[in-house]
Design a protein around this ligand. Structure first.
Ligand code: HEC
Ligand code: HEC
Length: 307
């Protein structure tokens, strides 16, 4: 009996030892990948302070979805609080002690364009790979708006302690570590000036970039948008071919589509998109109509959620 217990003890000890070594290895992998210091060249930009720029920044943070993750008031959201995952969520972006108190203009640009924190370490799940295309004016307006937000009373999520479950999520999903896996920091060291608004087609293409994060890279819709748990419709002429420009304006300004149903504000930020100027919406329309009518092989029969 004693002999049996002894062998059982050795066996269990061995298993535990191997598990601990495995975990240690995984921890080292985590630290070297996700906690590495990345020195990058951060572009400089004069951040505007006039009211018009701040107002435009307010529209843009909704169109490019900062508010979807950082919260409606940009005061941060707690995504995870679990003993095996740690505590984590999108940061409180308001100025002041609960938010980005010591942030410089350079820090904002580093975070938004490179996905790196003040300490030059990767920001997890901050989708900076979508923001390198923001032109000087739009990036400047967004930062101008963030700097003038009222400081939020609530602290943001207490990021810091992370656990093995979180490491796994971050390491196996490229979008978990954009700074390491998705951004060519050398290629994006300069902020694009962007197309001239008088070049309607090119400007429309630029303004349509934020639509891609939901309607897909080819604008042909996505069978399932995981964040929102719904499919998104095809917005190439394949689907919008018989829309008029007026239909499009009505959809963007009032949320109503030609069949009489409404686009839920919770699924698409049309209230913000609709605040773009007539010229800007016109440019988006012209660009969308110029696209090839993509009919994906696995085209989904799209049902409006409002039906
Ligand atoms: C898909 C969700 C998501 C979207 C969209 C998003 N962020 Fe983030 N962002 C995060 C998360 C999560 C963090 C925290 C990362 C960390 O602490 O590792 C973060 C961190 C940041 C930071 C760094 C704060 C710090 O502590 O240094 C800034 C600045 C920031 N985001 C600005 C923005 C802006 C501006 C936008 C819109 C242009 C935006 N984010 C859009 C998820 C998002
Ligand atoms: C956050 C995700 C998201 C973003 C960003 C977004 N959309 Fe949408 N959009 C959706 C979803 C989801 C629907 C379908 C809503 C429903 O169920 O009715 C939709 C519906 C539409 C429709 C109606 C299509 C139809 O057949 O009913 C148009 C047109 C449209 N979007 C255009 C745009 C344009 C243009 C942009 C960029 C300027 C954009 N969307 C940005 C998620 C998004």
């Amino acid at each position: 009996m004693n002999k049996f217990l002894k062998w059982l003890g050795i066996l269990l000890g061995g298993i535990l030892g191997i598990a601990l070594i495995g975990l240690l290895g995984y921890y080292i992998y985590w630290v070297t990948q996700a906690n590495q210091t990345m020195e990058v060249e951060v572009a400089t930009l004069e951040i505007p302070t006039d009211q018009a720029s701040i107002e435009r920044g307010k529209i843009l943070v909704n169109i490019v979805r900062c508010t979807e993750c950082h919260g409606k008031d940009l005061g941060g959201l707690l995504w995870a609080d679990h003993w095996l995952a740690g505590t984590f969520g999108p940061t409180n972006l308001t100025p002041g002690e609960n938010g980005l108190e010591n942030y410089t203009d350079e820090d904002y640009i580093r975070a938004i364009r490179h996905g790196l924190g003040q300490d030059n370490k990767p920001l997890y799940y901050m989708p900076s790979n979508f923001y390198d295309d923001l032109n000087e004016q739009d990036l400047g307006d967004i930062i101008a708006y963030l700097k003038t937000l009222p400081p939020s009373e609530e602290p943001g999520p207490p990021n810091g302690r992370t656990g093995p479950l979180f490491w796994q999520f971050v390491l196996e999903n490229p979008q978990g570590l954009p700074a390491v896996k998705m951004i060519d920091h050398e290629a994006v060291k300069e902020i694009p000036v962007g197309p001239d608004p008088s070049d309607t087609l090119a400007y429309g293409a630029y303004l349509s970039l934020p639509c891609k994060s939901c309607h897909g890279d080819d604008f042909a819709g996505v069978p399932l948008l995981e964040r929102l748990r719904v499919p998104s419709p095809n917005i190439t002429p394949y689907n919008l071919g018989d829309w008029t420009e007026e239909d499009f304006f009505t959809a963007m300004r009032e949320g109503e589509v030609p069949d009489g149903t409404f686009i839920p504000q919770s699924l698409m930020p049309w209230l913000a998109i609709g605040q773009l100027t007539d010229d800007e919406l016109h440019a988006i329309w012209v660009y969308l109509q110029s696209l090839p009518p993509v009919a994906p092989e696995d085209a989904i029969e799209f049902q409006n959620a409002g039906e």
